[in-house]
Design a protein around this ligand. Structure first.
Ligand code: BDP
Length: 593
């Protein structure tokens, strides 16, 4: 699937703005065919945004079930004879969509795009009604998982990930038009041969059997550097300008379907020429050892929740630059594609993660003890879950495969990984990832409950990604003991001979809480002491090639005694003010200061 774009032959129209909106508490909308007419008792809702925090009402914030969205749109008169497509960049966690009275698409998974060819159901120059029923419930067969429990007070949605289950239409909805003959996908794989850049491309198209496929590669100044015909081929760039960390140089590949002198379809794909390879304990980008400095993050903003916002995107990247970070992980789900595009342009390196978070009944919202379920069993996470998970991996890779910024796939965060059931569940999922993308390393993020010697899944990964909270969840306030225990475990992992990225280490810190005495958790000073201790350990172990602090900014979670107005492990507050630790990290990460 290609991201909708304006090109010389394609036109897109954003459906963002105010939609009609109704919560379907009684679950009456599907059988009552709400898509046939204006939604009953509708209010207005902003798209893109999470609906949860808009109403200032706990019943809305904590609602789970069917959520109806409706809008109407004019099909441009000039789109007569064109192929017309309705495209959702995401709907969390699943949706079914109707155009007028006709169901056109259903999609499972809250963070990847889906679309429907609606040409047959619309008329150029006329208005159509678009209705989407979004559903945000989590079950053992969804990614991420959850369960609905019956309690004396009614049904409650339970889940085991430590961030609020924001839902709705979080990203842009597009209507776009192409020629009936159109390109459906392109895969670009780059390589380096000395100073020559190698760009392998494969194009897929529909209705194009009798057409010629033409590609033209241009540099950042718009100068043509190579051209070719055919749906698959290799282009060479003498004296290539590489894409590298901190230097997001991009070429542009124009793809065309041509009949005689007429270009029927044209699409542009940006291309960063770089290589990624794991070699022993080294993580190589363009053959050079790369060391990850940065954060685990969240899509989490005041009022709009997981809704995308360009101004925050720019500001967050400014803060990454300010602090000297070169990378981050899209914890714990695929991010808005605007984020990936911008990372490409900025030369920021990404670990790209699926939404498989919370597949661990030993945990819940952090390290809070068992949940009373077995993680993997026929009744809980089972074969169906595994298939949904496999699809989530495929959809992530299909969507993000052409982003040079993405150097590593993370197929899950902190799942149960110490049991034979976990081993059986994950083994085939690594194959799924490698089949979908043979060019990038694959890993998963290991949790403290499955330390070295116990984890049965790490052996499948190309790199080791570890989340550890020595000095926070264990050895709280005792950094001396934490340092000994952490170094012992990390030394054991280093014996595996793989690169190690510390994908999470962090301490909750209440901004403004200070302490002159060391070892005082929640204070700004303790966050600094905690990070310093971790860095001493990392600096003694050669296999550690990355440090991603948890978290870039404070974020919203469910309520609980372990959370004070959300998770406070941010180095920045939720409104992006630095805690003391931000300055300390800046001194460590910026080598130009
Ligand atoms: C880890 C999770 C992360 C949590 C974090 C924490 O990967 O999502 O927010 O710990 O407890 O277990 O702060």
């Amino acid at each position: 699937m290609l991201r909708p774009k304006d090109t010389s032959t394609r036109e897109r129209k954003s459906l963002n703005g105010m939609w009609q909106f109704a919560l379907d508490q009684a679950g009456a909308g599907r059988s009552g065919q709400w898509f046939m007419r204006p939604l009953p008792d509708a209010r207005e809702m902003a798209v893109p945004a999470s609906f949860n925090d808009i109403a200032a009402d706990a019943a809305v914030r904590d609602y789970f079930g069917d959520i109806w969205y409706q809008t109407s749109v004019w099909i441009p008169r000039g789109w007569q004879g064109r192929r017309i497509v309705l495209h959702f960049e995401s709907a969390t966690h699943r949706a079914t969509v109707w155009v007028n009275d006709v169901e056109v698409v259903s999609h499972e998974g809250g963070y990847t795009p889906f679309e429907a060819d609606i040409t047959e159901h619309v008329t150029a120059g006329e208005q159509v009604r678009i209705t989407a029923v979004v559903n945000n419930t989590l079950s053992f067969q969804s990614i991420p998982p959850g369960v609905i429990e019956d309690t004396p007070a009614g049904k409650r949605q339970i889940y085991w990930h430590d961030f609020f289950n924001y839902a709705g239409i979080h990203r842009t909805v597009w209507l776009y038009a192409t020629d009936p003959a159109h390109i459906t996908d392109v895969t670009v794989v780059t390589d380096l041969d000395g100073a020559t850049g190698v760009v392998n491309y494969t194009i897929e198209a529909e209705g194009a059997d009798d057409l010629q496929t033409r590609v033209t590669l241009r540099d950042a100044d718009g100068q043509e550097v190579a051209t070719k015909t055919g749906t698959t081929g290799t282009l060479h760039i003498p004296n290539v300008n590489k894409w590298a960390p901190g230097d997001g140089y991009l070429y542009e590949l124009e793809l065309q379907l041509v009949q005689g002198d007429t270009v029927l379809d044209s699409y542009t794909q940006s291309v960063g020429v770089r290589t990624v390879k794991v070699d022993g304990i080294k993580f190589l980008i363009n053959g050079e050892p790369f060391s990850f400095k940065g954060f685990g993050r969240h899509e989490d903003l005041p009022v709009i929740g997981k809704g995308h916002n360009d101004a925050y995107l720019l500001h967050d990247f400014e803060l990454l630059r300010w602090i000297g970070a070169n990378s981050f992980r899209t914890s714990h789900y695929p991010y808005c594609e605007d984020v990936l595009d911008y990372a490409d342009r900025q030369g920021v390196v990404l670990i790209d993660e699926t939404a498989a978070v919370g597949l661990n009944m030993g945990l819940g919202g952090g390290i809070f003890g068992g949940q009373g379920y077995k993680t993997f069993s026929p009744e809980t996470a089972n074969d169906v879950t595994q298939q949904v998970h496999a699809k989530a991996i495929r959809e992530l890779i299909t969507r993000d495969k052409n982003h040079p910024s993405v150097v590593l796939w993370s197929i899950a965060n902190e799942p149960e990984s110490e049991t034979p059931e976990a081993e059986d569940y994950f083994r085939p999922l690594f194959d799924v990832a490698r089949e979908a993308d043979p060019t990038r390393p694959v890993g998963f993020v290991n949790v403290m409950l499955a330390p070295h010697g116990k984890c049965r899944v790490s052996k499948f990964g190309d790199v080791l990604m570890l989340n550890r909270y020595y000095g926070w969840y264990v050895n709280t306030g005792d950094l001396e003991a934490a340092e000994l225990a952490w170094e012992e475990e990390l030394t054991a992992w280093a014996g595996e001979g793989k690169p190690i990225i510390i994908t999470e280490y962090g301490a909750d810190t209440y901004p403004g809480l200070h302490s002159v005495v060391a070892g005082n958790p929640w204070s700004e000073e303790y966050q600094v002491e905690y990070l310093d201790m971790n860095h001493r350990v990392f600096d003694r172990i050669e296999a550690v090639v990355g440090e991603h602090v948890w978290n870039f900014a404070d974020f919203t979670t469910t309520s609980g005694i372990m959370r004070v107005g959300g998770n406070k492990k941010g180095v920045f507050t939720r409104d992006r003010q630095p805690k003391t630790a931000a300055h300390a990290l800046r001194r460590r990460w910026r080598d130009d200061l």
